[in-house]
Design a binder for this molecule. Structure first.
Ligand code: KIV
Length: 267
């Protein structure tokens, strides 16, 4: 594992050299510390926190203060990975100045090194202004969860020609205005390949196939900590939800039956 600090420049170099970029989400100090130590290249403080940390049905209701708080916890644990914070719903769509002021909070107070913004062509003017102000921006197109009610559900995007064209044009526009990478969510693997081969900045796929320059998943999903539902693109590497249940049940039984604490565990 390379020890050098990952920056947005490293992202470009990795795309050039063909080294895949491994990204995960994190929302707290302890998880972020482990991910950083094992060599995850980029840690996204995702607004998925609203679902997997706070238990809400969508990402919509999380606020900037909450996201800054999680970003502080993550960035204080991280030495090597690039830390990116997700901009919450309505913290950037309303105006460029809202976007600049709110994203600035993630860099100034949260310790993030960039922010992620959902949306393509329609967000280009705002994102351009942010980048001009020195704020690195990761784009996010395809299935954009903040528009879930407009999309009408978590379905695969870009299957029809009109949407495919829009996504390809959006990716090219995001590259042109200076985004340092783009998350591609829930699109066909063919479109993931086409977009990845059409731009020089790295694509980070989540349900967008193997041709993306990197991959990202929600950490709670890969650890089996989020048991509500499992999208097709998630691979579970552990069943920590079950493990936690078993451990806590054993503790409860030991307390009830008087087996805990033992003499060795007492003063
Ligand atoms: O909020 C999130 O976790 C995301 C993903 C890209 C994983 O936006």
């Amino acid at each position: 594992m390379k020890k050098d600090k990952v920056t947005v420049k490293t992202f470009y170099q990795m795309k050039k050299s063909g080294e895949k970029i491994a990204c995960l989400t994190a929302y707290d100090f302890f998880t972020a510390k482990i991910l950083d130590e094992i060599g995850i290249d980029c840690i996204l403080v995702g607004d998925s926190a609203n679902m997997v940390f706070y238990g809400h049905k969508t990402t919509l209701s999380i606020g900037v203060d909450q996201m800054v708080y999680h970003t502080q916890a993550v960035s204080s644990a991280v030495k090597r990975a690039l830390v990116i914070a997700d901009m919450p719903f309505l913290s950037y769509q309303t105006s460029s100045s809202d976007a600049i002021l709110n994203s600035g909070r993630f860099l100034k107070e949260g310790g993030a090194e960039g922010v992620k913004i959902e949306g393509g062509l329609e967000m280009a003017e705002t994102i351009k202004r942010m980048i001009e102000m020195g704020i690195p921006v990761m784009g996010h197109i395809g299935l954009i969860p903040q528009s879930i009610h407009q999309l009408g559900g978590y379905s695969v995007q870009g299957k029809d020609e009109k949407k495919r064209k829009y996504l390809l044009e959006s990716a090219k526009k995001l590259e042109e205005i200076g985004c340092f990478s783009i998350v591609l969510e829930s699109i066909t693997k063919e479109l993931g390949k086409e977009i990845s081969e059409s731009i020089r900045i790295p694509t980070i796929g989540i349900g967008a196939g193997l041709s993306c320059d990197g991959q990202i998943l929600v950490v709670n999903d890969i650890l089996g900590l989020f048991e509500e539902f499992k999208p097709k693109f998630v691979r579970r590497y552990a069943e920590l939800g079950k493990e936690i249940r078993r451990a806590c049940e054993r503790y409860r039984e030991d307390v009830k039956s008087g087996k805990f604490p033992s003499d060795e565990e007492s003063y």
